[in-house]
Design a protein around this ligand. Structure first.
Ligand code: FES
Length: 150
């Protein structure tokens, strides 16, 4: 069995596009060596790291959060249950929060049915927990968009 995978093989085995794998490499989430001809080759255990990233994303973690979570796990072997437990525990709390958020959203959805206002002031779908209001007064989204465009 070959100890390394080409990017095409890693893509086929992981279900991700080669472009996504190159992006993960660019972010430092996975590592590729180069052949003498400059082709990327990935250690076989990269499959496990990619699976971890996909699981983290399924939980709702950003790629940066996935990277932070992976920092405490071994690169060259499967994590032991003792190594895995703190990560899984933190994910469980995250999933519980998401469930609670979705239940709150479902409970407030009744007011939105047939409404369509998407009001910052009263719509729990558009502005759950009044997140926009907690960030201060004014048209912050508009101002932020303008600041990015200049
Ligand atoms: S769409 Fe009007 S309250 Fe949500």
């Amino acid at each position: 069995m070959n100890a390394h995978l080409s990017i095409g093989e890693l893509a086929a085995r992981s279900g991700l596009a080669p472009s996504a794998l190159r992006y993960y490499e660019e972010l430092g989430l996975i590592h590729a060596d180069r052949t003498a001809g400059g082709r990327r080759v990935f250690a076989r255990q990269t499959l496990r790291r990619v699976a971890f990233i996909r699981a983290a994303q399924a939980v709702g973690l950003s790629l940066e959060e996935a990277r932070a979570a992976m920092a405490g796990l071994p690169v060259d072997r499967s994590p032991t249950s003792a190594e895995w437990r703190p990560v899984a525990t933190s994910w469980q709390a995250r999933i519980d929060e998401q469930i609670a958020d979705l239940q709150r959203l479902r409970d407030h959805l009744t007011g939105c049915i047939g409404c369509g206002c998407l009001s910052l002031g009263k719509c729990a779908l558009y502005n759950p927990h009044d997140v926009q209001g907690a960030q201060g007064p004014g048209a912050r989204k508009l101002l932020a968009r303008h600041a990015r465009s200049v």
